[in-house]
Design a protein around this ligand. Structure first.
Ligand code: HEM
Length: 128
């Protein structure tokens, strides 16, 4: 098991696709996040699957199609606060529940996503 990537450990493409699809279902229902996103999340989900595949050690699908992720720069058009980061992570926790992702692998992925999410914050607000 020690030679497996987090991507493989998670269950590869099938589980990642299900998790990301469910994630955007939760985003759509989230009153903090929904206003920032387009109505049709098909393309958003497709890019996120590509990104998380490489983020978790799988093939570099995102970079192959879109170049360097530059995630903070790509998020600059959207005003993202601590509240958004917290809500984003809450939706991801629910998506992880939906595929029964538990234990050290979940903790590892959440800790990396937490750093990334707060790195996207580009607008200050009063809530933490
Ligand atoms: C794109 C919001 C965090 C990865 C987007 C888009 C929005 C958004 C509004 C554009 C959607 C579209 O027009 O299709 C947010 C908010 C976050 C957040 C509010 C809260 C902190 C993250 C994190 C990651 C991430 C933590 C990575 C783990 C991406 C990717 C894209 C994207 C890969 C597609 C970029 C592209 O256009 O190629 N995000 N995001 N986001 N986000 Fe986030």
């Amino acid at each position: 098991d020690m030679d497996m990537t987090p991507y493989e450990h998670l269950g590869g493409e099938a589980v990642l696709k299900e998790m990301v699809t469910n994630f955007y279902g939760f985003v759509k229902q989230d009153e903090v996040l929904a206003p920032l996103f387009p109505d049709d999340l098909t393309e958003t989900a497709r890019k996120q699957i590509q990104f998380l595949t490489q983020f978790l050690g799988g093939p570099s699908l995102y970079t192959q199609e879109h170049g360097h992720p530059m995630l903070r720069a790509r998020h600059m058009p959207f005003p993202i606060t601590n509240r958004h980061a917290k809500a984003w992570l809450g939706c991801m926790e629910k998506a992880m529940d939906s595929v029964s992702l538990q234990g050290p692998l979940r903790d590892f992925i959440i800790s990396r996503l937490t750093m990334t999410a707060y790195h996207m914050v580009n607008t200050s607000d009063d809530s933490h």
